[in-house]
Design a protein around this ligand. Sequence first.
Ligand code: HEM
Ligand code: HEM
Length: 183
Amino acid sequence: MSDTSYSTFARIMHWSMALFILSTIPVGFLMIQEGLSRSLQNSLFIYHKNVGVLILVLAVIRLAYRGFRPPPPLPDHVPVWQQRAAGASHTALYVLIIAMPVAGYVRVVAGGFPIETLDAMGFPRLVPESKPLAETAKTLHFYGSYVIAGLAGVHIMAALQHGLLKKDGVFSRMWPPVRRGAD
Ligand code: HEM
Ligand code: HEM
């Protein structure tokens, strides 16, 4: 039988990454606000940095798996331009899902700040301390955060349009997180 929907593993990866990214973005914007108590701000930063690194690890696993098991083709009734747009937006999302944590990592490590879980595991600090490098990474992370938030918003609207209005089977390619039937 040829696949028409994503495997359970791909779905679990998608929904866990979606959950982490959809929490990392608002936490990122919140933690830089003025007037927060020091302890709340510290907790938000710890969550943001460490979950951000976890997102990078999950994305690398997901992309490696995707290489072995590419996504099933979209149904024929989806117009070609929409298939192309979906492919391009998924590629852009993956670029950002990798680039954002990398820029965040460089910003923090080059700035001389801790990344608690990696430090506790004795993971080497992969970039030298450098103010200009930290500032460049900070700028890239800042602009990237608006692009990923915007793209994720468009992606979610498109997915919901398929799931709630068109009901054309595209949403159920990824939902529920565990695929019913053989995998
Ligand atoms: C997919 C992963 C990530 C997303 C979507 C994300 C998103 C954001 C957003 C929306 C902000 C607030 C806007 C800004 O000032 O840039 C932010 C700030 C920040 N993020 Fe992330 N981030 C991610 C990963 C990381 C990682 C892995 C680290 C570090 C290990 C990190 C470190 C920071 C820091 C330190 C700030 C405060 C701004 C600064 O001083 O540079 N982020 N992030
Ligand atoms: C409520 C939130 C979300 C819903 C309802 C949703 C829904 C979906 C659906 C239905 C697909 C399959 C599309 C197809 O068959 O071609 C998909 C794929 C995908 N989604 Fe989401 N999504 C959500 C959140 C996110 C977030 C936050 C991100 C990342 C920022 C994301 C990134 C992706 C990517 C990269 C793919 C392509 C998967 C692949 O081919 O490897 N999604 N999503």
